[in-house]
Design a protein around this ligand. Structure first.
Ligand code: PA5
Length: 428
């Protein structure tokens, strides 16, 4: 099993058997696509049914980008960028910048960020992957207008046409119209897949491939997770087990917050992706857990006090990594003024494991907090594809257990309406 849901550190009991019948019913609704929001269940079978020709296009054009550009700007927001960002950081790390360097725009109005990105691009040869299902998201559209104008003025309209790659709806939207007019290379976000479930489509896979990560391995990992979740029996389905624990924490033990914990700095963006997935899918009709995240041991020196001893409104879900990509040993020091020679020769991974064990003991035995541990063998593109699908499937199960539609986001529209009215957009 690539991800195991460990229950040994739950302080409160979860009666899994009591959930089996509802889980079976929801499982059927997911695979037969009969639940609420069923026209957005395309992601369930996508790792098998994906367009094979498009994958070849993704491979071809990502090779072209890798060979010809210094920087790829991924221009998108929410589900149209978080998955790619999470994947690229989780696999390639946060320090060593590969070529092309991947930058993200279109996720903010902040003028300083936008101006600094444009300044940074001054002496760089760059391509753009603009990603928007609707083609009308304001943050993304404004950034793309700026980038397109900048590129066209600096490198010419023809060069810009060859350097812009668009990912959007197959049949409708402003971006699709622009693609047709300009002849941009175009990838598709299928109709029946929403942004936050789209990392395994071209939305995630094109930027991921441009970063040198094998997109097919991500899909194969997701396909394996799909296979592993095909039996709803809670004794063997690690994914549904996690969903049931979440539901029990919220519905029975009245927890308001789930904290996603990782000990790996390059997994911070997985936490950001996970927050969107669960927040937008579950947080409706005044229901749901607030998804929060922290990185240990870093945040044990900031949030640690609250987690140990603050108001008990949360439980923790730790993504535990079994094997590290690199190892580092503590060196010997003749003077030993820092008193660290007792650690001489020990790997940082083994020290971190002790930090994990000590923390979980402190948070459960003394703090009284429930801890779920999701044990991931190791991080690689296949396992990451597995992890994405695992969380997506668990999210659908959790939201259906809460009796909400996992695939809409009516609350997101309200700020937009107010903003459009205040900006004087016609019709608002
Ligand atoms: O998950 C979602 O549906 C959202 O986060 C969208 O992806 C986000 O709002 C961007 O939308 P669009 O792709 O239409 O620009």
């Amino acid at each position: 099993m690539i991800i195991k849901t460990l229950t040994d550190h739950l302080v409160d009991k979860v009666d899994f058997a009591a959930y089996q019948e509802s889980v079976n019913e929801i499982h059927k609704a997911i695979i037969n696509k009969t639940g609420a929001g069923n026209d957005f269940l395309g992601w369930v079978d996508y790792p098998e049914t994906y367009n094979k020709k498009e994958l070849e296009e993704i491979k071809k054009w990502s090779k072209y980008v890798r060979e010809n550009y210094d920087v790829l700007i991924v221009c998108g927001i929410g589900g149209s960028y978080l998955g790619a960002r999470a994947a690229i950081e989780a696999i390639n790390g946060t320090i060593l910048k590969g070529k092309p360097e991947i930058l993200f725009m279109g996720q903010t109005f902040d003028p300083t960020y936008v101006a600094e990105c444009l300044e940074y691009l001054k002496d760089k040869k760059f391509a753009i992957n603009v990603i928007s299902k609707s083609g009308t998201t304001t943050e993304t559209s404004v950034a793309f207008r700026l980038l397109k104008e900048y590129l066209e003025k600096r490198d010419g309209v023809e060069f810009a046409r060859k350097s812009i790659f668009a990912t959007t709806d197959a049949n409708k939207g402003a971006l699709l119209e622009l693609c047709k007019k300009e002849g941009y290379v175009r990838f598709v976000l299928p109709d029946d897949i929403g942004g936050r479930y789209s990392v395994q489509t071209a939305v995630g896979l094109f930027p991921i491939a441009c970063a040198g990560i094998d997109p097919e391995a991500i899909l194969k990992g997701s396909a394996k997770a799909r296979e592993d979740t095909s039996n709803p029996d809670l004794k063997v389905n690690e994914c549904y087990k996690y969903a049931v624990i979440r539901h029990e924490m919220w519905a029975h033990y009245k927890k308001a917050v789930e904290m996603f914990i990782t000990y790996v700095p390059s997994f911070v963006q997985i936490g950001e992706w996970w927050k969107q997935l669960y927040g937008e899918s579950e947080g409706k009709e005044k229901k749901g857990l607030l998804p929060d995240s922290a990185t240990f041991s870093t945040d044990l020196h900031s949030l640690g006090q609250f987690i140990q001893d603050g108001s008990p409104v949360f439980f923790e879900t730790t993504l535990y990594l079994g094997k590290h990509r690199h190892e580092v040993k503590v060196p010997h020091d003749e003077d030993n003024l820092d008193g660290l020679n007792y650690l001489e020769g020990r790997t940082l991974g083994s020290i971190q494991d002790k930090a994990f064990e000590g923390t979980i003991k402190a948070h459960t035995e003394e703090g009284g907090n429930n801890n779920v541990v999701l044990e991931l063998e190791e991080m690689n593109p296949f396992n990451l594809g597995y992890l994405f699908y695992f969380f997506e499937r668990a999210c659908a199960m959790s939201a259906y257990l809460n009796e909400v539609n996992p695939f809409n986001q009516p609350g997101v529209e309200i700020y937009k309406k107010n903003m459009f009215h205040l900006l004087g957009k016609p019709g608002f």
